[in-house]
Design a protein around this ligand. Structure first.
Ligand code: NDP
Length: 295
């Protein structure tokens, strides 16, 4: 049976990071500016701590200075807002990222609204998302995970224009902006969510399928149109005592089956995950260039 091209997100992310690294050092040499990324983490969510650690490592690799702020779980909304506004006013910070989810006593909306849109490298400010949704408008930043998905399609020469695209999931951080981006690239887009009836009938029409749910192996081979490009954003830890950590990461797509039907597919891990971080670095560098009028 035919087998899909494996979309190597890890390798593409490495290329992007290496390009950014060169550009960052050139910027430092020419104008003496070092890009800065502030990361605010509230509380002790284990997975969030891992993400923050990976982001910090990636910043170090490319030469972006990271400012990490760890606030206690019981911090008040005012305290978090104060930290955001401190970074808004700090000229050595060009990007601000508030690691989600926040503890439940803090209103996520209020915090995201407070991030300066010029430093909103996660692209979660309602003004940036609103512009993403509007024709003829340009957001200053696009959310990193969906941007990474589109970047992978481009890098593998997968045509988007005129194609049928289906996104599974409609969250503010992945599904919804992924659908908006595909539409901006002239795909005809359908969105599937938890209330969708017979989702497999819709996914079978998709030339491009992006899944962002977090349900291991939900998408079976039979859901996929032969020759489709399949991007798996889902990551779920599944217990596995045969591994050193005691778990392994599983995507939404049943890879075994799907890779026999699709023409191209991302693995989990090493697919979309590394691209998300590469896009964060790219957004931070773009922001720095914009602040300093650097070409
Ligand atoms: P959310 O939980 O916020 O959203 C999940 C979406 O999936 C919702 O829109 C929900 O629908 C939909 N959904 C749930 N169950 C079903 C179902 N049975 N059929 C169809 N749709 C369903 O998750 P996120 O968007 O934040 O993340 C999605 C996945 O992507 C997670 O596994 C997460 O870990 C991963 N992720 C990976 C990243 C990466 O860098 N690779 C970055 C961010 C996330 P409804 O709206 O109706 O509730």
């Amino acid at each position: 049976s035919p087998s899909a091209i494996v979309i190597n997100g890890k390798a593409e992310a490495k290329k992007i990071k290496d390009d950014i690294k060169i550009e960052v050092s050139r910027m430092k040499e020419l104008i003496g500016v070092v890009p800065g990324l502030a990361v605010i983490l509230v509380g002790e969510n284990k997975e969030s701590a891992t993400y923050v650690r990976n982001k910090k490592k990636a910043c170090e690799y490319v030469g972006i200075k990271s400012f990490e702020l760890l606030l206690p779980e019981d911090s008040s909304e005012e305290e978090v807002l104060k930290s955001v506004s401190g970074f808004n006013d700090d000229p050595s910070v060009h990007g601000i990222l508030v690691q989600l989810p926040l503890p439940s006593h803090i209103d996520e909306q209020n915090i995201l609204n407070a991030v300066s849109i010029e430093k909103d490298v996660d692209g979660f400010h309602p003004l940036n998302i609103g512009r993403l949704a509007m024709r003829g408008r340009e957001p200053l930043f696009v959310p990193c995970t969906p941007k990474g998905c589109i970047e992978l399609l481009h890098r593998y020469n997968i045509v988007i224009k005129g194609k049928r695209a289906v996104v599974i999931g409609r969250s503010n951080i992945v599904g919804m902006p992924a659908a908006l981006l595909l539409q901006r690239e002239d795909a005809t887009v359908s969105i599937i969510h938890s209330r969708t009836e017979n989702p497999e009938e819709i996914t079978r029409e998709a030339d491009i399928l992006i899944s962002a749910v977090g349900q291991p192996n939900m998408v079976r081979g039979s859901w996929i149109k032969p020759g489709a490009a399949v991007i798996d954003v889902g990551i779920k830890r599944v217990e596995d005592s045969s591994t050193a950590r005691g778990y392994r990461l599983v995507g939404d797509i049943c890879y075994e089956e799907a890779s026999k039907v699709a023409s191209a597919i991302t693995p989990v891990p090493d697919g979309v995950g590394p691209m998300t971080i590469a896009m964060l670095l790219s957004n931070t560098f773009t922001s720095t260039k914009r602040f300093h009028n650097f070409q």
